[in-house]
Ligand binder design. Sequence first.
Ligand SMILES: Nc1ncnc2c1ncn2[C@@H]1O[C@H](COP(=O)(O)OP(=O)(O)OP(=O)(O)O)[C@@H](O)[C@H]1O
Ligand SMILES: O=P(O)(O)OC[C@H]1O[C@H](OP(=O)(O)OP(=O)(O)O)[C@H](O)[C@@H]1O
Ligand SMILES: O=C(O)c1cccnc1
Ligand SMILES: [Mg+2]
Length: 494
Amino acid sequence: MIDELYKPPLALLTDLYQLTMAYGYWKLGRADQQAVFHLFFRKPPFQGGYAVAAGLEQALQYLQQFRFDSSDLEYLASLTGNDDAPLFDQQFLDYLGQLRLSVDIDAVPEGTVVFGQEPLLKVRGPILQCQLLETPLLNLINFQTLIATKSARITTAAGDDPVLEFGLRRAQGIDGALSASRAAYIGGSAATSNVLAGKLLGIPVKGTHAHSWVMSFDTEAEAFAQYAAAMPNNCVFLVDTYDTLDGVRQACEVGKQLRRQGHEMVGIRLDSGDLAYLSIEARQILDEAGFPQAAIVASNDIDENIIASLKSQGSQITIWGIGTKLVTAFDQPALGGVYKLAATQQADGTWQPKIKLSEQAIKTSIPGSLQVRRYHSDGQMLGDMIFDELHGVDPRAMIVDSKDPTRRKRLTHFTATDLLENVMQAGQRVQPEEALTAIRQRARQQLASLHPTIRRFMNPHEYPVGLDIGLHERRDHMIQEARQSQWQGKERTS
Ligand SMILES: Nc1ncnc2c1ncn2[C@@H]1O[C@H](COP(=O)(O)OP(=O)(O)OP(=O)(O)O)[C@@H](O)[C@H]1O
Ligand SMILES: O=P(O)(O)OC[C@H]1O[C@H](OP(=O)(O)OP(=O)(O)O)[C@H](O)[C@@H]1O
Ligand SMILES: O=C(O)c1cccnc1
Ligand SMILES: [Mg+2]
């Protein structure tokens, strides 16, 4: 069953409406019309000030295996419309059978800190292909970006203390667990309890023991002693099965025996009760017993806000075990990333920018073939400019806030980097897989170069992101024109 579910090709892992549109383009002879789509989110998750991009590697792997096999085509042939006739012509299904991706993709590298409205991915190629990819790309990028961001918040709160990701049992199924472990690691967690994620993705694995181990013996002292005998080099004793502080004393006794045998107890784990009070008391007991280096691991429904609170209470926790709240992104379980058409090529070869209007300014799309230019100075990120590569950057070097055009900022005399890099050309991957450790390091470095007020959990300072002033003016013009033609249309029909 698991093998069957995840066996490529996975071209059917899309919404049916992508195939109904693909069919329409094919019938109209427009399948190969060139188009540009952008994948972006509008607002960072968790009411925060930033997000950490993740999931590109899995997206590229998806694209590399993309094709419809005969069983996919047989299934599509079985679909019918409301007249019970087949939904798709056989010639279209033959076309899908032959289809190989020829799109170009530019993407921000994983681990990049990104903001609302900025394309994380730009797909350029035949409109039929671009459209089919909307759903799988969103599926693959939205979730990992969400979890990498949650992990960045949690690890920021933890500071120099390691965060262990313990989420497998609460994750959204098998793939939800594996991709959450990967994204959590990108966002800064130090290890996972998920052994399969360790094997498949090379993430360090860590584990202590559960209450059941203690409960299976007559006494806690015996449980710790037997655990130490079995695994003297990995002793983190869970001390809260009966009486937490008594448990810490028992752990110290076994720690002393271990030391006599030439091993050192790693620490203890607290999994209930007042974690500030208990960690402070536990620290004192451990120190007095000669274990000032022993770690105090804490788990139990912890998130970034609880970490911050515990730290402000002077807690002595040194390692954080975080499951549910991390891998389910508990307080915001989905990132609202979207994938929008932004330009099409005309018969004469020129590109026509496309715009979608909305009552809400933030939902009016940004037309063109976009790139993001990031300005920095002295290791600090200062602002991002979204510009249209078809026009280049306006010499006025000014960004305009797309939500409030009165807010403008000049960006000159700084170093600039363009964030989107070419990762796929004519359907072929052109960048090798990046090491997860390098991606994690990129996230770490970029988070460090963000002003702390932007990293704040509550009501963060807004990082300056704006449209190149030329792009802003062209977009504004398109908005006015689109509104006007709508009014004229209404007048004609009324
Ligand atoms: N000092 C503290 N300050 C703020 N939050 C805390 C503090 N100590 C523990 N917490 C958090 O409070 C919540 C306590 O949850 P709950 O009442 O379900 O746990 P418990 O009764 O201590 O343990 P359990 O039910 O697992 O035996 C957890 O989310 C925990 O992380
Ligand atoms: O709390 P999380 O952040 O999800 O971390 C993982 C939790 O999983 C384990 O217990 P489990 O929740 O299975 O049982 P318990 O709550 O009864 O200890 C562990 O003891 C943690 O409490
Ligand atoms: O190793 C642990 O302590 C652990 C692993 C998974 C879930 N909770 C705790
Ligand atoms: Mg629990």
